[in-house]
Design a protein around this ligand. Structure first.
Ligand code: MG
Length: 182
C-alpha cells in the first residue's frame, strides 16, 4: 500500500487523575497540589510517584497521543526510581522534544481541570500564564478551564483531581514521519 503523506495537523488527547488528601502540616507538605508548576494549595497533598501535576501529565499525554506514540506511563514508568518525585516539567519537555523531532510544534492546547476544592476560579489566569511560559505560546492559546464534579464520586468528594487536555500540532516542515507505521 502506498504510504500516505504526513498530515499538516495532528490532534491528541490526554487524561490524568491523582488522589489528594488533606495535609495536616501545610509547611511540611512535600507534595502540595500543583498545576503547571503553580502551587494551588499546601493544605492538600497529592498522592503521586512524581510531583503529581495532572495538568502537565495530561498535556504530555496529549502531545504523545498526537504523535501516535506511547503514553506517559510507558515513557516514564513509576517503577523507575529516576522519576520518583520528578518535576513533571521534565515529562513535558521530553514530549516537546519528540514533537519537534517529528517536525511539529504545538499550536494550541485546551485543558479542563476537575476539582472540587480549592476552587480554581481566581487562579486560572495564573495557571494559564505558567502554561504559556512553559510552552512559549501566548496565553490565548493555552486554555485552562475549571469544573466541579457536582459532589459525585471520589472527584466530587474532594478525594482526587483530574485533567482532560487536547493539543493540536502543526507541521513545521515536511514531517519526517511521526509514530509507528503498521
Ligand atoms: Mg499523573
Amino acid at each position: 500500500m502506498a504510504s500516505l503523506p504526513e498530515p499538516s495537523l495532528r490532534i491528541g488527547h490526554g487524561f490524568d487523575v491523582h488522589r489528594i488528601e488533606p495535609a495536616p502540616n501545610a509547611a511540611g507538605n512535600d507534595k502540595p497540589l500543583i498545576l503547571a508548576g503553580v502551587t494551588l494549595s499546601r493544605q492538600h497533598r497529592v498522592i503521586a510517584h512524581s510531583d503529581g501535576d495532572v495538568l502537565l501529565h495530561a498535556l504530555t499525554d496529549a502531545l504523545l497521543g498526537a504523535l501516535g506514540l506511547h503514553d506517559i506511563g510507558e515513557l516514564f514508568p513509576d517503577s523507575d526510581p529516576r522519576w520518583k518525585n520528578a518535576a513533571s516539567v521534565t515529562f513535558f519537555e521530553e514530549a516537546t522534544r519528540l514533537v519537534a523531532a517529528a517536525g511539529y510544534s504545538l499550536s494550541n492546547a485546551d485543558a479542563t481541570i476537575i476539582l472540587e476544592r480549592p476552587r480554581l476560579s481566581n487562579r486560572k489566569g495564573e495557571i494559564r500564564a505558567a502554561l504559556a511560559a512553559l510552552t512559549g505560546l501566548p496565553p490565548g492559546r493555552v486554555n485552562v478551564k475549571g469544573k466541579s464534579h457536582e459532589g459525585l464520586d471520589a472527584l466530587g468528594q474532594g478525594q482526587a483531581i483530574a485533567c482532560h487536555c487536547v493539543a493540536l500540532l502543526t507541521a513545521t516542515r515536511q514531517p519526517a514521519g511521526a509514530g509507528a507505521s503498521g
